[in-house]
Design a protein around this ligand. Sequence first.
Ligand code: CAA
Length: 257
Amino acid sequence: MSEPLVRTEVRGRVGVARLNRPRAYNALSPELMRELLAVLRAWDQDDAIGAMVITGNEKVFAAGADVKAMSQADAVEMLRSGYIELFDGLSTIRKPLIAAVAGWALGGGLELALACDMIVAAENAVFGQPEINLGIIPGAGGTQRLARTLGKYLTMEMVLNDRRLRADEAARFGLVNRVVPTETYLDEAIALAQAIAARAPLAVRLGKEAVNFAFESTLQAGLQHERRLFYLLFATEDQTEGMRAFLEKREPHWQGR
Ligand code: CAA
């Protein structure tokens, strides 16, 4: 049997998806992206899973789209392949997604990390959009998500001149949640995911939805949206339980209802 393009493991309430094309530096073929999305969608439907981690290996998260395959493609083939749309699929995942990045996160690799909700970086992580070297630009969200996170000027340098960010720089510029030793980066990302997965599931889900809405709307529309989700949570058993547990000075028992 051939090796899966995405290796999976469940640790407690966390699903861990490991990109598995080490010889191609985890180049993101459409087949790999389809496999990844299928895994994430299945976990999104599974009540036993509360959060997910996407990772690569200690040397590379992902070096971007598969340049060998792409070098032969014309515009119509690229359009018809649906490759880029696979990245949109990540935004349909309702549970928290954490990218655990060690080594290279380049091109589509960085765009995959940017499509997650949080990024835990190993000390050896390097983030970049080197597409300019190939005569193209990022096409899976890099220009937009980096501009919203880093601002215009640094994003311009990354997109137009292949400026790469080391992990410590990425942390300084707010691109990652934390930088941790390379030896423990995956354990740290899983620990963060476990902590979130132990919280009230519906509040986590709507909290993610509310924060993401900030990137899609005006402030006023975002405030309205947040308020509706806030009110909605008062219809849940977990809200009753959470507040009762606080007043009774005990740990809450979440039901996800
Ligand atoms: N696609 C296909 N194969 C890749 C690859 C990629 N993105 N990145 C690396 N590889 C392959 C190399 O061809 C090489 O294969 P062989 O052993 O068969 O020759 C192997 O992985 C190791 O690569 P290097 O010899 O280059 O290793 P290195 O340690 O010197 O450098 C690297 C590592 C910095 C990641 C370098 O390989 C690199 O710059 N890779 C390309 C990065 C890139 O341009 N990414 C953007 C792609 S476009 C994109 O991503 C657009 C999109 O999704 C929308």
